[in-house]
Design a binder for this molecule. Structure first.
Ligand SMILES: [Zn+2]
Length: 155
């Protein structure tokens, strides 16, 4: 399974990183940049992650995929920017980036959009520099009934 080996690659790289840079806390989520040219099933990838991470430092963590749109650079005219999407028509839920220059039609290099890489981790517990998680339980639901106020005042 394609997603299985992708998940395995991510996991191996991260475990190696964590071996030399331990976070000392439970990893809750792994943020992964996923280029739009990387064709995979998110569900299958997350499922593979769950299975493979079991028994490792990353057990119980969830993959969070962050889509990265395609950026290309043109060899002929120097265009650098997003790729134009080929719209396959009604009924398709994907857009297919066209890998030719939108300005001159020339050959392009793909700068971004092919990567699948873990970029950050969310861990439980305090971490310097990280955003503090929203504290649950602080939100009280206050419901005031306003229908009981007596209407009309006697003069
Ligand atoms: Zn061009």
């Amino acid at each position: 399974m394609h997603e299985y080996s992708l998940a395995y690659g991510l996991l191996e790289a991260l475990l190696e990183h964590l071996g030399s840079h331990p976070v000392g806390a439970h990893v809750r989520a792994v943020h992964v940049r996923k280029g739009e040219l990387v064709i995979l099933s998110e569900e299958a990838l997350k499922e593979a992650w769950r299975i493979l991470s079991e028994g490792t430092l990353l057990a119980g963590s969830e993959l969070e995929l962050e889509p990265v749109s395609t950026r290309i650079s043109c060899q002929s005219c120097g265009y650098v920017g997003p790729a134009e999407n080929l719209d396959p028509g009604e009924g398709w839920h994907v857009q297919i980036p066209l890998l030719s220059c939108p300005r001159c039609g020339g050959r392009v290099d793909v700068l971004e959009g092919k990567e699948l890489a873990a970029v950050s981790l969310s861990v439980d517990g305090p971490l310097e520099g990280g955003p503090s998680p929203p504290s649950a339980g602080e939100q009280k639901e206050v419901r005031e009934r306003e229908g009981d106020t007596p209407e009309g005042q006697c003069r």
